[in-house]
Structure formats: C-alpha cells, structure tokens
Design a protein around this ligand. Structure first.
Ligand code: GTP
Length: 275
C-alpha cells in the first residue's frame, strides 16, 4: 500500500486522472451499473498520472492493475454507485509476458520459434487480400550440416546457426518474419512482395551466407552454404500447409540440383489444378 487514498476524497475522476483514462473509467462504471454484475478489468496507471498523489511515494513507472468493479446495493448520496477494488498485478503481468516471450522464442537464436511462426503466418494468411501484393515463404536450410556437426561438434554447430541467423537478419527488412523452424531449418515470410522480389531477396541471402566467415571456437573457418525453397500465395496455395509443402518441395529440388541455390515452387499445370 503506497497511499491510503485519503487525498483523493471529494475529487472526481476528471479532477485527478488524464481525460482519456477518466473517460475509460466512467464507461466501465456505467457498463457495470447497466449489467448490474461484477466486472473485472485490467489497465495501466502510473503514479505520475494521478493528479493529487505524491508520485515519489510509490514505485516509478507504469503499473498494471486489476480492477474488480461491483455495483453497490445501496445508493450513495441518492445515486447508484460501484465499489472499484484495484490490485497491483504488475508482477504477475510481467511474469506472464516473460513466459509468453519464452514460449514463442527460439532459445539459441532469439528468433521466433515454430509455434509463434505458425500463429503469425496463419494470421497473415487470414488477413491477406488476394490480388493486392504477394506473400512469399522462404524455407532456408544449411547444406551438409551433419558432417560439420559431426567433425567439429554440437557447440560449433550451434555457433554456425547463430552466425547464420545474424548474417540473414542483416539482409532482411525489419518487417520480414524470420523464424527458426527447428534444427538447421529457418523460415522467412515476406509480405507486400512479388515473386521476382522474393527471389532476389532469397538470392541475396544465399550469396551473403556463402560470402560470410564462419569461424569456430578453434579459429577454424568453415565454408557454409544454404539452399532455399520458395513459394508464393496463390488461389490454389492459400493455406499454411500448402505454402509450406510447396516451399519444401522447392527446397528438395534445390538440394538435389547440387545445393547452394534458390528454387521457386512451380505453379501446378492447369490440368492438375482442375482435378
Ligand atoms: N549444432 C546443432 N545441430 C543441430 C541442431 N538441430 C539439428 N542439428 C543437426 O543438424 C544436422 C542435420 O543434418 P541432415 O538433416 O542430415 O542434413 P544435412 O547434413 O545438412 O544435409 P542436407 O540438408 O541434405 O544438405 C544433424 O546432424 C543434426 O544433429 C542444433 O540445434 N544444433
């Protein structure tokens, strides 16, 4: 308890809170009275936002609160009223945010993990308006990673994965979705693009990786290359599993054509599309 609240007595919400917050509180109170039942809300409030209290008496910065708003059974000064019980839930809120972040992040690279990637791509496909710009998916896979891992060990393998992440991230716009799907496989989603632009970006990534120095703990420098399979959203390839499937097929082709290359998924021939 930082304040006993006595300094707030006789003030209205609009006297002590910024206008927007006061309006929000008032709307919540009115809704509680209209519903005539308990309402639970979460909101932020900083000491500095509350006009008449000493902001230095409490924790600095924005705090999270849970408000339990309950209609009172008796009138107050002849008017209906609510009881608003506020509890500081900042600690719980930050813990939940941290847990959410951990559950969505790949520990080794700091990229978003497969689960988060699927969520975001799923949403992007739901929101996608056909015949505007394209959405492209790139699946990136390190070539011959097993022999490198076997020869130099898992820790050096991890170092290569981290270096590769940094090399690719430096080539991508901040709005590209870059994720580690698992192992030595990554996925990149480019929105607001075209097949040609997606191919150019994929080719830039391939060249950047091939030209980078991958230095191991023992100071040995190993050559690293990647293969990339790409697919673009089309009327017959609108679902997440269709995009992934076709990018995977293209990746398989890139590998079988000799690796260190980019392959774009082909459109199905019209006859098979009709089938
Ligand atoms: N260091 C490290 N290695 C991993 C990790 N996840 C998977 N691997 C290794 O990645 C290697 C993948 O090998 P393969 O799938 O056979 O593929 P590859 O040797 O890269 O061959 P191609 O993909 O066909 O070019 C295996 O040796 C796995 O043990 C990881 O998190 N860290």
């Amino acid at each position: 308890m930082y304040h006993d609240g006595s300094c707030l007595v006789d003030f209205s919400l609009f006297d002590v809170l910024p206008r927007e917050k006061a309006e929000w509180c008032l709307a919540e109170i009115q809704q509680t009275l209209a519903d005539n039942c308990l309402r639970i809300v979460e909101y932020t409030l900083a000491g500095g936002e509350v006009g008449v209290i000493d902001e230095n008496a409490g924790p600095a910065g924005e705090l999270w609160f849970e408000g339990r708003i309950k209609p009172m059974h008796t009138l107050v000064d002849g008017e209906r009223a609510v009881l608003w019980l506020a509890s500081n839930i900042s600690q719980r809120h930050h813990l939940e945010a941290r847990l959410r972040q951990l559950s969505e992040t790949d520990e080794l690279t700091g990229l978003c993990n497969r689960r988060r990637f699927m969520q975001i791509l799923g949403q992007q496909l739901t929101d996608y308006v056909p015949e505007t710009a394209d959405i492209a998916l790139l699946i990136v896979d390190i070539d011959h990673f097993k022999p490198i891992n076997d020869q130099y060990g898992h820790l050096d393998g991890d170092l290569i994965i981290k270096t590769l992440t940094a090399v690719c991230a430096a080539e991508l716009d901040t709005n590209a979705l870059f994720a580690r799907l698992g192992g030595e496989e990554f996925a990149i989603v480019l929105t607001d693009t075209t097949p040609g632009a997606a191919l150019r970006i994929a080719e830039r990534l391939r060249q950047a990786v091939a030209a980078s120095r991958f230095e191991l703990e023992c100071a040995t420098v190993v050559p690293v290359t990647i293969s990339i399979g790409a697919s673009v959203v089309r009327p017959y390839r609108r679902r997440i599993n269709e995009l992934l499937r076709d990018a995977d097929i293209a990746l398989y082709e890139a590998k079988s054509q000799g690796r260190n290359r980019v392959v774009m998924a082909r459109d199905p021939d019209p006859a098979s599309r009709r089938a």
